[in-house]
Design a protein around this ligand. Structure first.
Ligand code: NAP
Length: 528
């Protein structure tokens, strides 16, 4: 009998295992993959790289770890991130409590014993008091149901299920479907090697340059001289990172055009998400947001030589409404003669043929098809498991209209079950490792409090859950996030209920709400 079973051994599962074990609990983590690393094990397509600077996208829980680890680049690439996950697993002796190649298919709460029964696809079972779902909000790849896909005679690769051996694009006609963060990283690299590349774009993306390169060692030394202070300052930011570039003191609409553009330019040169942190009203005022949109559109028009292609690449939705893409040479790739951009916004991909794709009455030939079509975010990974709570309530049924939750960490009707970086938390808007550490520390405190107070179970109450969801909705209403079809809204998956799933209130506000709930004796929860 376990105290805690953790589903997933990515960055969330690894830290949960370490932390919960360190407070004396008997903990077991399982992962479907043959390796630790989660997202950074699965997403190994060419160009896969983090979009938050590595000095920020890394664990802060152990001073020795953050001092000794040295990133080679400003934005680490997937192999280095995977090495980091493995290093953490070794350094904290985590492997002895991790079962790999173990896919959980069911987790049922047994009311008579107050325990969870967790079952894997190969028939193994665990009894546990608590379950921590660390299976990641972006771990269920989305493969659209394109007619004819099975009959395609070339190779089909999904960005999130990339093969382990290198893929050679030399001499091939390659088609990429999608222009989100994954595609934006894949496209420039495929374009270097392939004979031809055709990109099928439904919605153009805003992409800002990463300006990646070797990590500046002076900067690293400066951060490491007070890493704890740097992390603390980052936690005061809405996004949980980026404290070195504070927003302009005035809103975008209160400065002159020249000053606003100068600030945007400075942020463009800084690279990455800095642009979205330029002014505090970019996420709350569409007129302010439009200035940033137009700034990026001007950049696109200045980079892409063919005006018709540039026009097709210019997005019309608010910037940041879909996750901003961070790129290396994305727009310039469209200046290559061998790269073709096909707009499928009006005439969708009709079908995949044995030798290509059919859209707008024309067939585009391809030997290799890359699906960079994203994920069934937040709910997908949870609903692929048969989770049943009190009274055999199925999570799939409970979430039919959207992922109801309390604090993003728990769901009413599912006692002693916690979710990491899921719907209802700020996960998608923070450096995810900051969110993970916050959630795990909150859960660890909660479990210790339960024992200290003689409680066996904790469960969100339905009124608290309803209030949390209406708070999430009310905050989202005040932002620009409802103005496009993003995966935040479930709008990328046909038939998925439209609900804004992350908490858009910013990390400090979210963390304070969670802390207040704990201070108030876990207000909104029912304990037995
Ligand atoms: P995504 O952002 O959801 O992009 C999927 C793309 O596929 C979109 O362009 C989408 O078009 C297109 N698409 C989906 N179904 C389609 C269809 N039936 N026909 C035509 N086009 C279709 O997925 P992603 O690029 O994998 O990124 C997901 C998230 O993972 C990111 O937002 C980010 O949070 C994370 N990520 C991060 C990094 C990084 O750290 N650098 C890299 C990759 C991913 P629509 O826009 O019209 O739906």
């Amino acid at each position: 009998m376990l105290d805690v079973l953790i589903v997933g051994a990515g960055f969330g599962g690894l830290y949960a295992l370490h932390k919960l074990r360190s407070i004396g609990l008997k903990v077991q983590a399982v992962d479907a993959a043959p390796s630790v690393g989660g997202t950074w094990y699965a997403n190994r397509y060419p160009g896969a790289r983090v979009d938050i600077q590595s000095l920020e996208y890394s664990y802060s829980f152990d001073e020795g770890l953050q001092q000794e680890w040295s990133w080679s680049e400003r934005y680490a690439a997937q192999p280095e991130l995977l090495r980091y996950a493995n290093h953490v697993a070794d350094r904290f002796d985590l492997r002895r409590d991790i079962e790999l190649n173990t896919r959980v298919e069911a987790a049922h709460f047994d009311e008579s014993s107050g325990q969870w029964l967790v079952r894997s696809t190969d028939g193994r079972q665990w009894r546990t008091r608590f379950v921590v779902m660390a299976n990641g909000p972006l771990s269920a790849p989305n493969t659209p149901a394109f007619e004819g896909l099975a009959d395609f005679e070339g190779r089909v690769l999904h960005s999130a299920a990339w093969p382990h051996e290198p893929v050679d694009f030399t001499g091939l006609d390659v088609a990429v479907i999608g222009t989100g963060s994954s595609a934006v990283q894949i496209i420039p690299i495929v374009a270097e090697q392939a004979r031809s590349l055709t990109v099928f774009q439904r919605t153009p993306a805003y992409a800002v340059p990463a300006h990646n390169g070797p990590l500046d060692r002076d900067w690293e030394r400066r951060i490491k001289a007070d890493y704890a202070g740097f992390r603390a300052r980052n936690r005061q930011m809405r996004s949980g990172f980026g404290s070195e570039l504070q927003p302009h003191p005035l809103p975008a609409l209160q400065v002159s055009d020249a000053e606003r553009d100068a600030v945007f330019e400075q942020r463009w040169q800084a690279g990455g998400f800095a642009l979205l942190g330029a002014f505090t009203d970019l996420f709350t005022d569409l007129r302010a947001n439009e200035h940033a949109c137009e700034f990026v559109r001007r950049k696109i028009r200045s980079i892409v030589r063919n005006p018709a292609v540039a026009a097709r690449l210019c997005p019309t939705h608010p910037i940041g409404c879909k996750r901003l893409c961070v790129d290396t040479g994305y727009y310039a790739t469209y200046n290559r003669d061998k790269v073709t951009l096909v707009d499928v916004s009006q005439a969708p991909i009709e079908r995949i043929t044995p030798h290509g794709l059919l859209t707008g009455g024309r067939e585009y030939k391809a030997d290799l098809l890359v699906l960079a079509t994203g994920f069934d975010a937040f709910t997908g990974p949870m609903q692929r498991i048969d989770v049943r709570g009190r009274g055999a309530l199925s999570l799939r049924d409970k979430w039919r209209g959207g992922p109801l939750n309390y604090l993003g960490l728990t769901v009413a009707g599912f006692p002693n079950l916690f979710n990491l970086v899921g719907a209802g938390s700020t996960s998608a808007f923070t450096s995810v490792i900051t969110a993970i550490e916050h959630h795990v520390d909150w859960i660890a405190d909660c479990l210790q409090w339960l024992d200290a107070h003689g409680h066996e179970t904790i469960e969100a109450s339905e009124p608290a859950e309803a209030q949390w969801v209406s708070l999430m909705n009310a905050i989202a209403q005040q932002t620009i996030f409802l103005g496009c079809n993003s995966w935040y809204l479930g709008a990328n998956i046909p038939g998925k209920p439209r609900m804004f799933m992350p908490m858009a209130g910013g990390f400090p506000m979210y963390a304070e709400r969670c802390a207040a709930v704990a201070r108030d004796g876990y207000a909104g929860f029912v304990m037995h």
